[in-house]
Design a protein around this ligand. Structure first.
Ligand code: PLP
Length: 487
């Protein structure tokens, strides 16, 4: 069995960590993989803390995929020629494997897409929104879900948002229950929420799926940020639609995602056009076409047939590790980060970082957002923090993370603020928004994942400690920003 590296075994801090999180010892398999599959991280001195942005691939995934490509000849699938058949066989195997991975083989149709956003767009474009329809979504949503409201609006459906509690950024239960009860007169009602926030890391209760469906809603679950470190069992929870991207689970390949459509909802989606590969019949002398009755209906044109086999390889890789192992590691490292970061204080007792969202390690994944405060309690601009992190090869992410709702709550942006700004809209840049609203926007996000280890989080904790007792007065932000802009 793998043990931890000597420097960790000799570290008092690590021993303390193990006392808090003894289950971390069950995840040593990942330390072994760090040396074999992800050796490049330490060789190049990278501290990768952006797993919610994109996961990292293991070297063996590439090797297996490249071997497959080098040793075979694959043609465009769905013909009877031998190279085409070879591609079709692998495509079918991958589809079966994906469905089984999510325990969805009996109840769902798998539509392969370019990414989660493309799957979400299919739902937006094809859901039967009309005057008799309503779209309900949580404040916490990626823009690729927020954007669906434009389809609803265009077709006369109403839409509304369900708010978050400011303390922990979880959905306001009372309000959501009320909203789910409302709109009982509407025929086609879609409720969308993320299984896990891509910003705060909050895991929104999957029980909302049943609760909403019991009240006549169709449910769209954005699982993109959830599935990289949590099991999703689609026998247990059965949203009508699930969207995700595979690179977020295992890093490679990019460019493939999935929309899982519950079989009994499939015909509710009304595709407004047709494309190559989606029809059983189309004519040009008459305006007539007939859409296929399978996943192919929504897969426009040629599928990414060379990369699809790499999705199976990626899922096999994850299954070999075990999602429970990944989940445990992420849980332990997140808990330690939350605990340590909140203890870092300036000499006057002010916290160096202010964490938004849940500060305890419950009902949350491995994503944490924060702002840094100087010793006078002023927020240090996040682009400066990013600049300093870049110097240490720490990959974190800053801004609003395509999730304006969470940022509006964190930054106390009111409807009036937005309404007034939209009247004076210029470029939409952060600088302009901040200057107009007089409120800081954005934050710093770190996220851990399957290749993270104790050293990674420890490096970040030390990075934060470096801001102890620093006053903004002593920092020449201007000079640093010039460096950032001009490289
Ligand atoms: C929760 C969530 N939904 C949707 C997306 C969009 O994913 P993609 O950019 O792969 O389409 C992301 C990406 O970060 C996400 O985290």
């Amino acid at each position: 069995m793998t043990t931890f590296p000597t420097h960790l075994l000799q570290s008092k801090e690590f021993q303390k960590f193990l006392r808090h999180y003894p289950e971390y010892e069950t995840t040593t398999k990942l330390d072994e993989l760090r040396k074999t599959e992800y050796a490049r991280l330490d060789k190049m001195h990278h501290v990768y803390l952006d797993y919610t942005g994109g996961n990292l691939y293991g070297i063996s995934q590439l090797d297996r995929h490249h071997k497959l490509l080098k040793e075979n000849v694959f043609g465009n699938p769905h013909s009877t020629n031998p190279t085409s058949l070879a591609a079709t066989r692998l495509e079918k195997e991958a589809r079966k494997y994906i469905l089984e991975f999510f325990n969805a083989q009996d109840d769902y149709i798998l539509v392969l897409t370019a990414n989660a956003s493309a799957g979400l767009k299919i739902v937006g474009e094809c859901y039967p929104f009309d005057e008799d329809g309503h779209f309900l979504l949580t404040f916490d949503n990626h823009n690729s879900v927020n954007g669906i409201r434009e389809f609803a609006k265009k077709r006369g459906a109403s839409f509304c948002y369900s708010p978050l509690d400011i303390e922990d950024l979880k959905v306001s239960e009372k309000k959501l229950k009320k909203q789910l009860k409302k709109y009982s007169d509407k025929k086609n009602k879609l409720f969308a929420f993320p299984a896990q926030s891509n910003v705060s890391g909050v895991k929104h209760s999957l029980d909302w799926i049943n609760k909403a469906q019991d009240k006549g809603w169709d449910v769209l679950l954005d699982a993109a940020a959830f599935v990289p470190s949590s099991p999703l069992d689609l026998k247990k929870y059965q949203p009508n639609f699930v969207a995700l991207s595979f690179y977020k689970i295992f890093g490679y390949p990019t460019g493939i995602g999935a929309l899982l459509v519950r079989k009994d909802t499939f015909h509710k989606l009304q595709k407004p056009w047709f494309a190559g590969g989606t029809v059983t019949f189309a004519a040009v002398n008459e305006s007539f076409h007939s859409l296929k009755n399978s996943h192919e209906r929504f897969e426009d044109g040629t599928i990414n047939y060379l990369d699809i086999p790499a999705v199976k390889i990626g899922l096999e890789y994850i299954n070999d590790i075990g999602m429970d192992v990944i989940n445990t590691r992420v849980h332990c490292l997140t808990g330690w980060l939350l605990h340590k970061l909140q203890k870092i204080k300036h000499s006057n007792g002010q916290c160096v970082v202010n964490i938004f969202g849940p500060k305890i390690n419950q009902d949350r994944g491995g994503t944490i957002i924060m702002n840094f405060a100087d010793s006078d309690g002023r927020t240090i601009p996040w682009d400066f923090i990013e600049y300093k992190a870049n110097q240490q090869k720490i990959s974190l992410r800053t801004g609003c993370f395509c999730n304006p709702g969470v940022d509006e709550v964190n930054s106390c942006v009111t409807n009036d603020d937005t309404a007034q700004y939209s009247e004076h809209f210029g470029t939409g840049s952060f600088k302009e928004i901040v200057a107009f609203m007089g409120k800081l926007r954005g934050a710093i996000r770190i996220s851990v994942g399957l290749a993270s280890n104790f050293d990674d989080v420890n490096t970040f904790i030390h990075f934060v400690k470096g801001f102890k007792d620093k006053s903004s007065k002593d920092i020449d932000f201007g000079a640093h920003f010039e460096v950032m802009r001009h490289g």
